[in-house]
Design a protein around this ligand. Structure first.
Ligand SMILES: *Cc1c(COP(=O)(O)O)cnc(C)c1O
Length: 356
């Protein structure tokens, strides 16, 4: 028997979530964000399942070329633009769209030789203070981009730091609106949280990521409550059962002391699979579809679950670590992180199975 751990990726869930994004942002074009290997779901698989998107956003030229090689014809945006001037030739040859966020990138577009002109997304730093030109610099930047022969069309763009918080969008939205008011250019602002919560941010292009995978961008609210369907379900099985007595200890460090006689199931899944080691005792899991909890420390290849109240469960019982029936958001909270990180961290050694 092969190791029973697998990640089931649902193409219909991805398509459903894209349709929901469209419905929530009518009139906007949807740029599906599929960086980080499609948030851990597989770049090409996700691009195929989201084939109805109007565009895709990735980080690197390599990802973009893999999409083009698969026949993706929609615009592909490089979210951090070019990392060096040597990437420009590939961007031109494959009609990639570029974020332009720095003076060096601007200069590269001005000084390159003749060739195809590109779509650029001019990134404005409206308060996140990560990437982008300051609003005061925008007039000069737009003027230079307009004059650059390598630039075909300019979209004005920003990214929100706090779109998941009540009122978190307003200060950045105000700065963006003020800085961009003089220009009749397309706009792109919204990540998943802004798309779902604030139509003022929709503009010409919305850029949903996490919601396409069925995960909520809002703390304390799971994707299912927003009408989303989880695209990834991480499943395994119980491979051993232990009956333990009060006073015994479980797992590395003996951190869990058994309070009364218990039955424990050992599950084939550990931190080397991407399951978070910081998920402690009490983290939820499903065994044969019923909710139970982790016991003790997660080890590299295994973790333990409580079977005391599940007498019919045993070796071979199905375990859901997250996904359908158990929001990854809940596991993330138990591990002190967010669903994004768990999905992206799925290890290459975990087998992926396509399901409808
Ligand atoms: C990752 C990313 C997104 C998508 O964000 P989600 O919160 O996953 O929806 C949108 N825009 C930019 C610039 C990003 O880097």
């Amino acid at each position: 028997m092969t190791r029973p751990l697998e990640a089931r990726i649902s193409a219909s869930a991805l398509a459903h979530n894209l349709a929901l994004a469209r419905q929530r942002a009518p009139g906007a074009r949807v740029m599906a964000v599929i960086k980080a290997n499609g948030y851990g779901h597989g770049l090409l698989r996700v691009a195929q399942a989201l084939g109805a998107a109007d565009g895709f956003a990735v980080l690197t030229v390599d990802e973009a070329l893999a999409l083009r090689a698969q026949g993706v014809a929609q615009p592909i945006l490089l979210l951090e633009g070019l990392f060096s001037g040597t990437e420009l030739a590939a961007a031109r040859a494959h009609a990639l769209s570029l974020v332009v966020h720095s003076a060096a990138q601007l200069e590269a577009l001005e000084t390159c030789g003749p060739g195809a002109a590109l779509e650029v997304f001019c990134k404005i730093n409206t308060g996140m203070n990560r990437l982008g030109f300051m609003p005061e610099a925008l007039p000069g930047v737009v003027k230079r981009l307009t004059g650059a022969a390598a630039v075909k069309r300019i979209t004005l763009m920003t990214h929100f730091a706090c779109a998941d918080e009540a009122g978190g969008i307003d200060p950045q939205l105000e700065r963006f609106a003020h800085a961009t008011a003089p220009y009749r250019l397309p706009r792109s602002l919204a990540n998943s949280a802004a798309l779902m919560s604030d139509p003022r941010t929709h503009g010409e292009w919305v850029r949903p990521g996490i919601m396409l995978y069925g995960v909520s961008p809002f703390a304390g609210r799971a994707g299912v409550e927003l009408g989303l369907r989880p695209a990834m379900t991480l499943v395994s099985r119980v491979i051993a059962v232990q009956a333990v007595q009060a006073g015994e200890r479980v797992g590395y460090g003996g951190s869990f002391e058994v309070p009364h006689a218990m039955r424990l199931g050992v599950v084939a899944c550990g931190y080397a699979d991407g399951y978070p080691r910081h998920a402690g005792t009490g983290t939820p899991a499903l065994v044969d579809g019923r909710r139970t909890r982790l016991i003790g420390r997660v080890s590299m290849d295994m973790l333990c679950v409580d079977l005391t109240d599940l007498p019919s469960a045993g070796v071979g019982s199905a375990v859901t670590l997250w996904g359908e029936g158990l929001p990854v958001e809940e596991v993330a909270v138990a591990a002190g992180t967010i669903g994004y990180e768990l999905l992206c961290a799925l290890a290459p050694r975990v087998g992926v199975v396509d399901v409808s």
